[in-house]
Design a protein around this ligand. Sequence first.
Ligand code: RTP
Ligand code: MG
Length: 148
Amino acid sequence: MERTFLAIKPDGVQRRLVGEIIRRFETKGFTLIALKFQKVSRELAEQHYAVHRERPFFPSLVEFITSGPVVAMVWEGDGVIASARKIIGATNPLNSEPGTIRGDFGINVGRNLIHGSDAPETAQYEIALWFKDEELVAWQPQLTPWLH
Ligand code: RTP
Ligand code: MG
């Protein structure tokens, strides 16, 4: 079953949007596999955003993601990687559709509330970076797959 890594960024925590954001993935029907609330070290932030190392916004991105606690999560379900990216919305909240998390709650590209893995390889890398194997809780919801 497909898994993705999601993290509510420091602005989402500061703005008291943790419950609202988690609700959207839970009611969609995806399954929570792991969750933790933590401050992010500079080292973890730099590894997480390593692909953007050469970009001009990298220093401010690392500065921001280490500025306060984040909610790190793993979610599971068919097509969860692409679906979560749709639920999250476009990178710049000014371009995100209403109904998406960023479209509903943001206006600033540097304060876009939540991170989601963008591909299967990225999801695998990020899950292993943020979570130990034993922190991942494999379980099956007792529901028909299409009824939540
Ligand atoms: P994320 O990785 O955080 O889920 O965001 P994303 O995939 O939608 O966007 P990505 O291209 O991976 O960029 C990572 C984060 O860098 C900040 N950013 N700033 N032009 C800019 O100033 C700019 N471009 C990107 C954003 O906060 C973005 O989420
Ligand atoms: Mg990204």
